[in-house]
Ligand binder design. Sequence first.
Ligand code: UD1
Ligand code: CA
Length: 493
Amino acid sequence: MRRATRQNDSMTDSRLAVIVLAAGEGTRMKSGRPKVLHSIAGVPLIGHVLATARELSAAYVVAVVRHERDAVSAAILDLMPEAIVVDQDDLPGTGRAVEIGIGALPDDFDGDVVVISGDVPLLDAATLSGLLVAHREAAAAATLLSAIVDDATGYGRIIRENDGSLSRIVEQKDAVDDELSITEINSGTYVFGVAGLRTHLPLVGTGNAQGEKYLTDVVALLRAAGLSVAAVPVPDPWIVEGVNDRIQLAHTAGRLNAMIVRGWQLAGVTIQDPATTWIDLRATLAEDVELLPGTHISGATTVARGARIGPQTTLHDCEVGENATISRSDATLAVIGAGASVGPFAYLRPGTELGADGKIGTFVETKNAKLGAGSKVPHLSYIGDTTVGDESNIGAGTITANYDGVDKHATVVGSHVRTGSHNVFVAPVTIGDGAYSGAGTVIRKDVPPGALAINVAPQRNMDGWVATNRKGTKAAKAAEDASGGVERAEGTD
Ligand code: UD1
Ligand code: CA
């Protein structure tokens, strides 16, 4: 087995290891995706837990995996390259997982082991540090975080002696009626002295309702050996809420979002409707940003001062400049310049870059499109694989025909260009600076700077066509009335 190498910097607690349990199947999620890779606030559950582990500055962080081990360990090492990933064997249970985890620590490590679950995303480092301090001050063999909850269903129950000291933990499936009425539960968060685990974990059996080696059973063994064990209730039980099903996934996501929204409000962001505003953990917002209802600031999006986003807008991995406005739109990997305006109802796909004071307006789709400062695509258009210079205006209903069925081609539009409504730019094509095009033009050839491009056939009106070819229709009647009216008007002159 691979052994952990110690992290070394001045902040490192050389007497601390963290074991993250992530080997379970997560059957209650009913998902093709491993549970710990489901995300809240744009970060997988395991990412939240590893971030907390990192804050403890432990000398070793060990993650125990088994179910979907390739996907889970790849995600862990991506998020925390210094973590050591170990595989649980066929023996099931949290006790076995920790036994495997401590096996990855050096033999001469004699410090404390914090055990946390990969599916408890809201647990914060301050709470864990407090638990560690309590554990060390009491020189305990085990100190665990408990919680008093309204509904203890599914959790292990904390059994205390008459003097209030921790006696043992009984799992829901092994509990008798009296025990089931206990509302103090085991949060699954612990600090152990590694020596106690080394001695007593091998003694834990699997004679229980689930046939698993329970970590919780080590508590009673340590106590029986005369060692000190304690359970410390957490003040806010939601901190230790685990994600076992989709209901808890949504619940923890909502909790975390409420905290993120509140944090940005305190930092100077106006959020009209916190209940319908979702902000991912990695997003950053400047002072005086305004978010309107139904807005999701997703991924690593950054929004500069004074920008107004929403309502009903999703921005994923976007960069929004100062005082830009984006309404009822969807954008991914787009850069929106200062003072620019987007929407309502625009769809900005990856590679869209809108210059300062530019506009991508109503029912416009863009992809890999760079529009210079002050350039506008105001209405009903598709602009793909296109570069536009500064201060140009693309007419309503313009399509860049960028795809010939095999390859994609580029459209290049210069600065101060004015193109007519309902144009098609058949790429590859270049329209020079200061050029114009007429309405309905299909631009198949390059347009030199300053030229007017026009290729629409002259209009011919065939007088009386309706009277001859559509006799008896309402159209014919309307036409007759109109011409009669003209004659009468002439007659009274
Ligand atoms: C566990 C506790 C229970 C506590 C609850 C809190 C035990 C026996 N029970 O129950 O007292 O109230 O957490 O949420 O510990 N895991 C492994 N390997 C395994 C089994 C599980 O790594 O063989 C991991 C899981 O991926 C998960 C964590 O351990 O991250 C907890 O496992 P889970 O099955 O969810 O335990 P619970 O039944 O919730
Ligand atoms: Ca659990």
